[in-house]
Design a protein around this ligand. Structure first.
Ligand SMILES: [Zn+2]
Ligand SMILES: [Zn+2]
Length: 443
């Protein structure tokens, strides 16, 4: 649940802010700073151009245009957008907190908890990070990235079932690396890894690729762990390309016959063009201490759950021309230190409807998993990894969970507790004045 700050929702002018600050100051530095941060955040919220503002103003028109062009909007998109639009909408319910000492109060609307919603996305990301952290062993890990030829991107846009194929191709490529020998099969060797699908690049463009967080080792049929840290890149790249192209071809042949001939030609062309296979890269970490492994696993888990665009990158919304302006740092700039080679921050101004279309494209269908667990990191595994130390202790995981409780989350991210009253007392939930239209539920 995210807070709708009471002063803000009631549109109380600056004088009220001053007043509450003056009272808070009397009650000590801690109470004063808490109040100051609360006000700062309410104002920052108001001045920013948010994704929600854009959808509130232009979504209905977008739907009308789509209908007039006979374009179908997937049900998952409608659900995610509606949820976000009504996030913290007080008419959909709220918790009412009051201060028994001074009559002050605080109204907290329910958040939508949707991944697509920028104000809930952070907590979604933290939840995701925790789930991933929970399965990892205290062993060295590394990250792999599997990209596809840009010529294939349009197919993924039209045939969303290919995203499953992408996951399967990565899985089968690792299987080929580890399990192709007779002895490996006899020993029932298995890696442990997590795959993450990312469908966009930095310019919110379509760029389906997979990140893998893999433990550098395999387990055998006796649950013994063996170190494995020499991944044969060339073999992996070529295998990945071969499997992927073969699989796409058979999906098209099965379900989209009219595409088969064209794709067959493309497939032959790609084999000639990408003689080294598709990009698949996973450098060994120089530091494999527990701290470093935690850092990389957290980084990947957070990075891959980030939204297609951070709101801070949106710099203008023109209501008359119906355009959005946003900026991004091009990926190419990461790979060069030469200032003459750097492209620098790129600014894009485009129709608000094109912008919306680009964003919603990345909303996954209901039930589609963007994060998948494999081998001894999967909960279907027959391997028993109990005797190996986990990357995080149970206490650490519990702490992560508590930090994500909505108040703790506000304290950690924005440095204020909305329930700490300016008079110094703590507000308590008033059940009678709270509103639960759909029955009681924890936001
Ligand atoms: Zn009070
Ligand atoms: Zn939300």
């Amino acid at each position: 649940m995210i807070i709708l700050e009471a002063l803000h929702s009631l549109n109380i002018n600056e004088l009220a802010y001053k007043h509450s600050l003056a009272i808070a100051a009397k009650n000590g530095q801690r109470i004063y700073e808490n109040q100051l941060n609360l006000i700062k955040n309410a104002e920052a919220f108001r001045n920013k151009i948010t994704i929600k503002t854009i959808f509130l103003n232009f979504w209905d028109e977008f739907v009308k245009i789509a209908k007039s062009k006979n374009k179908v909007i997937r049900p998952a998109i409608t659900t995610a957008v509606e949820k976000m639009i009504h996030c913290k909408d007080l008419s959909k319910g709220y918790l009412f907190f009051e201060c028994t000492k001074c009559n002050n109060f605080y109204i907290a609307g329910f958040s939508c908890n949707s991944r697509f919603c920028p104000s809930c996305g952070n907590r979604y990301r933290e939840d995701r990070t925790r789930e991933i952290s929970k399965v990892c062993l205290n062993k060295p890990h590394r990250q792999f990235v599997f990209s596809i030829a840009k010529e294939l991107r349009p197919y993924f846009l039209f045939y969303r079932e290919l995203y499953d194929i992408l996951f399967e191709s990565v899985e089968e490529s690792f299987d080929f690396l580890l399990k192709s020998s007779k002895i490996a099969r006899k020993e029932k060797r298995d890696f442990g890894y997590v795959s993450f699908l990312h469908t966009f690049g930095r310019a919110i463009n379509d760029n389906p690729h997979i990140h893998v967080l893999i433990c550098e080792g395999y387990m055998d049929k006796d649950n013994l762990f063996h170190k494995y840290d020499h991944f044969h890149y060339e073999k992996l790249r070529k295998t990945f390309m071969g499997i992927l192209l073969k699989k796409i071809y058979s999906v098209l042949k099965e379900n989209h016959k009219n595409e088969t001939q064209k794709f067959y030609e493309l497939k032959c062309f790609l084999y000639k063009k990408y003689t080294d296979g598709f990009y698949a890269y996973g450098p060994k970490l120089e530091n494999s201490s527990r701290v470093a492994v935690k850092a990389i696993s957290k980084y990947i888990a957070r990075y891959v759950s980030h939204p297609a665009i951070a709101e801070s990158r949106i710099i203008d919304l023109d209501y008359i021309k119906k355009t959005v302006t946003y900026q991004y740092e091009p990926h190419q700039d990461d790979h060069t230190d030469d200032p003459n080679q750097k492209l620098g921050t790129q600014k894009v101004t485009e129709s608000v409807f094109d912008f919306i279309a680009k964003l919603i494209r990345h909303i996954p269908d209901k039930g589609f998993h963007l994060v998948r667990y494999y081998g001894f990191y999967s909960n279907r595994t027959t391997k028993n990894k109990d005797k190996y130390e986990a990357l995080y202790t149970i206490q650490e995981i519990t702490r992560m969970k508590n930090n994500n409780y909505w108040i703790n989350h506000l304290v950690a991210s924005y440095h204020y507790n909305p329930l700490l009253c300016s008079c110094g007392a703590t507000m308590t939930l008033c059940y009678e004045l709270s509103f639960f239209p759909g029955g009681t539920k924890d936001g």
